[in-house]
Design a binder for this molecule. Sequence first.
Ligand code: NZQ
Ligand code: ZN
Length: 392
Amino acid sequence: MFGFNYFTPTKVVFGRNTETKVAELIKEFGGRKVLIHYGGGSVIRSGLLKRVTDTLDGAGIPYVTLGGAVPNPRLSLVYEGIELCRKEGVDFLLGVGGGSAIDSAKAIGYGVANEGDVWDFYDYKRKAAACLPLGVILTIAATGSEMSDSSVITKEEGWVKRGYSSNYGRPRFAIMNPELTMTLPDYQTACGCTDIMMHTMERYFTNGGNMEITDALAEGLLRTVMVNARILAKDPGDYDARAEVMWAGSLSHNGLTGCGNDGGDWMTHKLEHELGGLYDVAHGAGLAAVWGSWARYVYKNCLPRFKRFAVNVMGVEPEGSDEEIALKGIETLEDFFRSIKMPTNLRELGVAATDEDLITMARKCAAGVGGCAGSAKKLYEQDMLVIYRASR
Ligand code: NZQ
Ligand code: ZN
C-alpha cells in the first residue's frame, strides 16, 4: 500500500431540483460576476439555461454567457472565453453541461488566472499557479470532471488532445440532479457509463500497491454501474438508476478508487485521446473500442488483477488457469459493452483508420506520455501501434 493525498474540496449538492440552489452557491463561494459556459445547445433545448439565468437574475448576480463547447472541446473557444472574461471582469465560472463544457470552463479559468498561453499547461511546459473559481451544473454522468482535477482540451492545429491536471481546477461546487440527465440520447448515456467504469479500471489494473478497501470500493462501483447501465438501456427514465450512475461517475474520478495504488495505468485513456483528437469520436465509445485490445496485450503482465477483476466484478467462475479466467473476464466485459451498444473495436466505432493513421496516433500518443507509460504493462510507441492495429 502506498501513501496518498486525497483532496476532494468540491461541495456536492445532489438530488431533484438542486439547480435552484445555483445563485446561493455562487454567492457562498464569492462569485460577483459569472461566465455561464455551456455546450452545443442541449441546455437551451431542455430549458435548464433559462432556469439558471432566471435564478441569477432573481438573485441580482450579473453574468455573461458563452456556449459552443463541443465534445472534445476546442482551444479556440477557450481563448475566446478568456478574452470575454477579461473584458467583462468575470470572477466566477459556471459550467453547465457535460465534461466538455466543464473542461472548457476549467481551461478558461486557468487562462484568466495566469499570464501567457494557456496551452502551455496542456503541453506540459509549465504549471498553473491559480484558476478562477468554478461551479458546475452537471447534465451527463460520465467524466467525473465535476469533482476531478482534470481538464481535456483539443488544439485544432495538429488535432492534439491533451489533459491537464491541477487541484486549482477542482470545482468549488457541483450541482447534480439526476433528472437533468434524462434528456440524454441513449448512446451518450452508455458512453458515460463506459467512461465511469474506465476511470476506476484505469486505477485498478496496476502493478503497484493495493488497498483492500480501495479494491472493494472499486469492485462495488463497477458492479453498480453495470447493473444500472443495463437498467437505463431499457428504461432511461429510471431516476434511481440515473442517480446511482451519476454519483458513481463522481466517485470514480475524484481519486477515491485509486487510494493506495501507484497512480494507475491510464493507457486506455491515452490511446483514446488520440482517437478523439483525430476522429472526434465520443470519449466513452473510444475507450470501449480500444480497451479489449489493450487488455489482451497487457493481461499477462498484470495477471492477479485481471483474475480478480474477472471473478469479483465480471462474475466469472474461478475455474481453469489464471490466464483462462482473466481472458474470460475480458470477454465478459466486452459482452457487456455490446449489450449497451458500445463498440469493441474501431470498425464498430465507425473509424476506418489507415495504417498510416495508426502509426501517427501511436507516435503522438508516445510523445504525449513522454515516451512510455502504463502500470499494468509499460507501453512504448511500438506497443501502442500493436494495440491500435489489434483494435481495427
Ligand atoms: O453540447 P450539448 O448540446 O450540451 O450536447 C452534449 C454532447 O453532444 C450532450 N448532452 C450532455 N448532456 C445532455 C446532452 N444531451 C441531452 N441532454 C443532456 N442532459 O451529450 C454530448 C456529450 O457531451 P460531453 O460534455 O462532450 O460529454 P462528456 O461528459 O462525456 O465529456 C467528454 C469530454 O470530457 C473529456 C473527454 O475526453 C471529452 O473531451 N474527459 C474529461 C475528464 C475530466 N475532466 O476529468 C476525464 C475523462 O477521462 C475525459 O477524458
Ligand atoms: Zn475518461
